[in-house]
Design a protein around this ligand. Structure first.
Ligand code: 5GP
Ligand code: ZN
Length: 146
């Protein structure tokens, strides 16, 4: 495990221990949820496991399920609040290439609305749809590893 991945250097573990402050939304024995310090939109929440799991591969799958369940509860609460929310994105960056910056797995719950300035960027090749044969070949590569 590299230095940046260690529990000792983990910002979110420091939030869990109370060493760093956060604006908490929800807490139970398995996960906590709090506001992102740099929100995409007001109400942007992070749901994190209590266990220090750097990547999805390190995360117990039942805990992963819990992360999603609490994400659903948070999304519902945001929608039922008076925060501006016309839609919700769940985002989870697993690895640097995916945009991960904090090495403690976390689920982003992001309230969205029309013209909020946030979005996804696609490369040119995205617009050339693969054939069914190509899709099937890729599907096989993944399915045989499950
Ligand atoms: P990632 O890019 O790893 O998916 O997202 C990390 C998120 O953690 C970012 O959205 C960033 O704003 C948030 N973040 C980083 N440091 C802190 C912190 O000290 N407190 C809180 N609440 N959020 C943080
Ligand atoms: Zn941690």
């Amino acid at each position: 495990m590299s230095n940046k991945e260690s529990k000792e250097n983990c910002i979110f573990c420091k939030i869990l221990s109370g060493e760093f402050e956060c604006s908490e939304i929800y807490s139970d024995d398995t996960v906590i949820a709090f506001l992102d310090i740099q929100p995409v939109n007001p109400g942007h929440v992070l749901v994190i496991p209590r266990e220090h799991a750097c990547y999805l591969k390190d995360l117990d799958k039942d805990v992963g399920g819990k992360l999603f369940q609490v994400g659903q509860k948070v999304a519902e609460a945001i929608r039922n609040s008076d925060l501006k929310c016309e839609g919700v994105n769940f985002l989870l960056a697993d690895g640097e290439a995916a945009g991960q910056e904090v090495w403690h797995t976390h689920l982003h719950v992001v309230p969205r609305f029309e013209n909020d300035g946030f979005g996804f960027k696609f490369s040119e090749k995205y617009f050339e749809k693969p054939s069914r044969e190509e899709l099937n070949q890729v599907a096989e590569k993944i399915s045989k590893k499950i």
